[in-house]
Ligand binder design. Sequence first.
Ligand code: CUA
Length: 326
Amino acid sequence: MLSTLIAKTFWLPEQASTFAKSHDALFYFIYWTMVIFFVAIVGTMIYFAVKYKKRSDDDRTSPLEGNTKLELAWSILPSFLLIVMFAWGFKGYMSMLIPPANATDVHVTGYKWGWNFTYHTGDVGNNELIVPLGQPIRLIMSSEQTSPDDMAVLHSFYVPAFRIKRDVLPYRYTVLWFEATELGSFDIFCTEYCGTGHSNMIGKVIVVPPEDWEAAISSGRDFVDDGSMGTLAEFGEMTFGRAGCPACHSVEGQRLTGPALNGVFGREEAIEGGAPVMVDEDYLRESIMEPQAKIVNGYPRTMPTYAGQLSPDQIMGLVEYIKTLQ
Ligand code: CUA
């Protein structure tokens, strides 16, 4: 905790994830570069203003000519600094974009106005995300309607101490990952104006020791959807049967009306009349809600939409169930 207090500065909050140090280093590199240039340029300007002040009406400006070497130097040299900033920022951006393969998935649902966190165990936390220390966590995020006659809106999930932020959108999943490096409690903010309750859309990330994690997420919390016990994937398997999916989709490799679903997650599929897609959570969600959007080559366009028929929890469950099918 002491180290986090020390890292907290006038500009930036405490550093509590693996991203924080490299993020802050780039921030301060840009910051000090700007300070040096500001002082040099404004200092020179003030010095010249004083030195070459017009002292009497007889003062005449001496003839001015450009200095090509000087102009090239002050154009080209600073552009190298811009390239350094871009390359450094791009590298950091890519590492934030691509989660490690061993990350644990947690579903995040933004609603008006709060956050639900659904764990692989099926437990649901409200406005409190509990994560283990020192393990990568991948957030699969979407925005849902509060009631059927209400519109889902844009939110943005932001944890300043982790230096992570990403928009949370209706009708699609966006992904964000982090690895916490400090035990404790850290703020979650919504940073996309989403209506009157926007400023109340505040939560906490609680970082616990890894050995306490499973107990912490299951202690007296809500359970997914209708309260049936079982993991999120088990709930998905139940939904798979109830929604009639097995009529067209095998989970053991046989070709029925639709593609077999085992081994499909993480695979690249050829799409009729479009670019190939990598099967991820968002593609699975889209294929349930809007089946005609991307048809795998060689299959009929017969699947009906399940939009409005499955709850967000049921879709999450189906996605997690399909991920377990090998
Ligand atoms: Cu949700 Cu602002």
